[in-house]
Ligand binder design. Structure first.
Ligand code: BG6
Length: 300
């Protein structure tokens, strides 16, 4: 159901939540509360904006992003499922799976205390069966309050086990990526995608001084990004996630991306709450898995 007036008559919360036409003519949910504002597109269940009152927007959005059916949005929080990055052994498969480029259904919109919770769902279609034969159901609940909470549930609705990778590919808005310090991953093993997948060990906080594309394995800790220019910290806490991905394209890769400005790389840093590579999830028939990320912003 995509018709704006039908969506509004069924789900809108007067003064708090409405459906509107967003960029590229795509439908989005707009939340405006006394505590925070947010935009969520039905396309990809993509959160493109979250701003706690009194703070700067937490999410980076590229000025060059596409907003079109079948295309990924650049910035915000792409939702990655059922594979992360390139699909092993299948060059024709879209990068990062199909969930971020398909339309999702709106299941519920509720006010819960100070927060507004929006639940979206994705079920199998011809577009997914082409890549993933088993029946699944994704349920994604985005709660907008003093923090931004994201819960992605994967349900195995088929009669056989399946495995999957997933990520909440959060683009954080930072003052200058060269000045931030990322804490919470010291001592951890990571796969360095800029060094032929070499496995390395993190020593101390992460500083960004070149292209950075790292998959930190077996990491369940909270990660904090200290941003001296913005005088704030972005804190990413999580449950049900064993992988943390840190990504910044730096100069050359930025130039190679058509949907990303050449000079935008200093203002973003991806901190991805994930289950990928060694941490892919095996799900038995009839079982479910939930991954939660809670994003907060604090003064420093
Ligand atoms: C990161 C990957 O998660 O996403 C990178 O680790 C990739 O390798 C980046 O370049 C962006 O991917 P995409 O498909 O959105 O351009």
């Amino acid at each position: 159901m995509n018709d704006l007036s039908a969506l509004n008559s069924r789900f809108s919360l007067p003064g708090l939540l409405k459906f509107e036409t967003g960029e590229g003519g795509l439908t989005r949910v707009a939340v405006t509360s006394g505590i925070a504002d947010a935009h969520i597109y039905l396309h990809g269940a993509h959160v493109t904006h979250y701003q706690r009152k009194g703070y700067e927007p937490l999410l980076f959005m590229s000025g060059k992003s596409l907003f079109a059916e079948g295309k990924a949005i650049r910035g915000g929080i792409p939702l990655i499922f059922p594979w992360f990055g390139a699909r092993a052994g299948d060059a024709a498969a879209p990068a990062h799976g199909f969930a971020r480029t398909l339309p999702w259904d709106l299941r519920a919109a509720k006010q819960i205390g100070d927060s507004v919770a929006i639940t979206l769902a994705l079920e199998p279609s011809d577009a997914t069966r082409r890549w993933f034969a088993q029946d699944f159901e994704l349920i994604y609940t985005v709660s907008i309050g003093a923090s931004l909470q994201l819960v992605l549930e994967v349900h195995n609705r088929s009669s056989t086990p399946f495995s999957f990778e997933e990520a909440l590919h959060t683009y954080c808005n930072v003052g200058d990526v060269r000045q931030v310090s990322i804490e919470g991953l010291s001592g951890r093993t990571y796969i360095d995608k800029t060094a032929a997948l070499a496995r390395k060990t993190q020593a101390g906080p992460i500083r960004i001084s070149s292209e950075t594309d790292r998959v930190y394995l077996d990491t369940t800790e909270t990660v904090a990004v200290s941003d001296p220019m913005k005088r704030q910290r972005i804190v990413v806490a999580k449950r049900g996630s064993s992988t943390t991905v840190i990504w910044n394209p730096w100069i050359d890769k930025a130039k190679g991306m058509a949907d990303f400005g050449d000079d935008e790389w200093p203002r973003m840093l991806c901190i991805e709450t994930a289950n990928a590579a060694d941490n892919a999830v095996q799900l038995q028939a009839g079982q479910s898995h939930a991954m939660t990320a809670t994003l907060g912003v604090e003064r420093e």
